[in-house]
Design a protein around this ligand. Structure first.
Ligand code: SER
Length: 314
């Protein structure tokens, strides 16, 4: 059967690059980009686009009816920092958007569904170093709470109804093509832009705040590898731990200084995102992803930094 793929939330930091990668693999016309905002030039002109609000069940149903998708990627969400400014909206979008998609995927017999979770599912009482797949999880942001609840729903739809839903707990994602959407890890993208533009950056996270991160190329490849893996190899239908590199603002700044020797890093005080970062893991144990679908990152800190600076300079 020929695949038809819906990407809901196609204009965000992940969607922008995922749509391009999926179109390269499945053909432009078989990947339908969907978002509430007009897409950027590249995606719109490289294939079909539809205006879709995942909270609008009628429009969403019409899109399923029109395209009869074999795969759906649901990326529309409010992230950790933005979510704290509007908790009820974050809950509504992150939860009801997911439930709408899971129900339609069942009704239209969609073969595979992808939904991203996050390191935000962990909380202050989760182990901080090499955080395991299974441990105490007490997220204290609405984003994290919605992601943890969403993971439970995904597993539930798999166990009760046999829906083939797959998920990854993304770390902070670093990329140059599209801006990050209001997360706690966004400093690690902003720093590159400011280093090139101004030669300095004021980080909203403190010098020693270590967080799990990943370069977008790895994240996109890992996502597609998970979706391509044989179903019987996958024991986890909540969401897989997924690791790339971990670093602090200070360590990232030293790496940037290898390219921009005069780069200056300072620190902004009293940013609410610090508290969120302090509740998250420093590093992630992703041995299930390694064992079950062969996950292995390609970008370390040095390779990522070189690639970011080279592309942003263009
Ligand atoms: N990058 C996300 C955030 O900071 C984590 O999932 O909200």
């Amino acid at each position: 059967m020929k695949d038809k793929i819906l990407v809901l939330g196609s204009n965000g930091q992940i969607g922008t690059e995922l749509v391009t990668a999926l179109r390269a693999g499945y053909g432009s016309n078989n990947v339908i980009a969907c978002d509430i905002r007009r897409p950027d030039y590249e995606i719109k002109n490289a294939g079909p686009f539809e205006f879709v609000n995942v909270l609008d069940k009628d429009i969403l149903k019409a899109i399923f009816e029109k395209y009869q998708p074999t795969q759906v990627y649901l990326l529309a969400a409010l992230l950790s920092a933005t979510g704290e400014q509007n908790p009820k909206l974050a809950w509504d979008l992150n939860m009801n958007g997911l439930l709408n998609v899971l129900d339609l995927a069942l009704a239209y017999k969609t073969a595979k569904v992808y939904w991203p979770s996050s390191i935000a599912v962990f909380g202050p009482n989760s182990p901080k170093e090499q955080t395991p797949q299974y441990c105490t999880m007490d997220p204290n942001t609405i984003y994290g709470i919605s992601k943890l609840a969403g993971e439970r729903w995904c597993e539930y739809y798999h166990q009760k109804y046999g829906l083939d839903v797959r998920s990854i707990r993304y770390p902070g994602l670093i990329s140059w093509k599209a801006a990050p959407g209001g997360g706690t890890t966004d400093y690690a993208v902003h720093i590159f832009h400011e280093a090139l533009k101004k030669g300095s950056y004021a980080s909203f996270l403190s010098a020693e705040t270590e967080l799990p991160m990943m370069y977008m190329d790895d994240a996109i490849r890992g996502t597609i590898e998970l979706m391509d893996a044989p179903a019987e190899q996958l024991s986890i239908r909540s969401s897989y731990n997924f690791a790339g590199v971990s670093f602090t603002p200070e360590v990232l700044a030293s790496e940037i200084r290898k390219h921009i020797p005069d780069f200056k890093l300072s620190y902004a005080e009293h940013d609410p995102r610090q508290q969120i970062a302090d509740s998250w893991p420093k590093s992630i144990d992703d041995s299930y992803a390694q064992k079950e679908w062969g996950w292995k990152p390609e970008f370390d800190l040095a390779k990522m930094t070189t690639d970011m600076l080279t592309n942003l300079k263009k």
